[in-house]
Design a protein around this ligand. Sequence first.
Ligand SMILES: Nc1ncnc2c1ncn2[C@@H]1O[C@H](COP(=O)(O)OP(=O)(O)OP(=O)(O)O)[C@@H](O)[C@H]1O
Ligand SMILES: [Mg+2]
Length: 218
Amino acid sequence: MFDRNKHKPNAIADMVIPNPKTRERLEDYENSRRQGNVLLHGPKGTGKTCAAEIIGKAREKQNDNSVLKSEGFRSFEGATITEKEVLSVPDEWEWRRQCGMKPPTIVINEIDKMSPAMLEKLKATMDQNEGKGQIIATTNNRHKLPPALADRFRALEMPALSADDFVAPVMGMVEKEGFSVTEAEVKAVLATSTGSWRDALDAAEEITLRKSKAQQKP
Ligand SMILES: Nc1ncnc2c1ncn2[C@@H]1O[C@H](COP(=O)(O)OP(=O)(O)OP(=O)(O)O)[C@@H](O)[C@H]1O
Ligand SMILES: [Mg+2]
């Protein structure tokens, strides 16, 4: 079985990010060299949630509070975050600060899925607690955010990837599964790619399965 988790990037360095400036920025956030709110935006499957999770987990590793060591640092989803959770963002920052997170960070995925009223509440909460922590947010629809809220985030674009960007990583994944593969084979499967990493994962799975079935044939 092709295990997608085996190929999940654990660090920004493992991700395919064609723009060197974007990579550098993300690594700066991963290593706490940069602070402030960030909005990762771009089309589907370009690694926004993946990068936000990596940054969140990098902060989690800073946890030096033995009492709270077992506590997970969950991220929020724009579609399901409650008003109570929005209003408790400063508390979330505070206990993360007490765990040694520098800066205390929370992740909100698909922030544009929050209702206009909730986005206003988030803006007010951010203003009342400026400098106390950081929000890493992701969205496919940056234009759907109220401009004044979007202005409180540094925008970082993660654009669609081209099929060429996927060739080497897909070859790497197939090889990691124990099969050799040619560039032409990978390119043929990637011909229908829409620029989402999920296409790259599908292609690697497809080729791996094909090869393993061919091997089993007498
Ligand atoms: N640039 C990348 N390099 C390596 N793996 C990636 C990259 N981008 C995405 N992936 C992998 O592809 C899958 C989808 O990525 P992810 O969920 O981060 O995309 P997204 O941009 O948040 O998409 P959506 O807009 O649909 O929410 C994940 O398993 C992720 O680990
Ligand atoms: Mg996402």
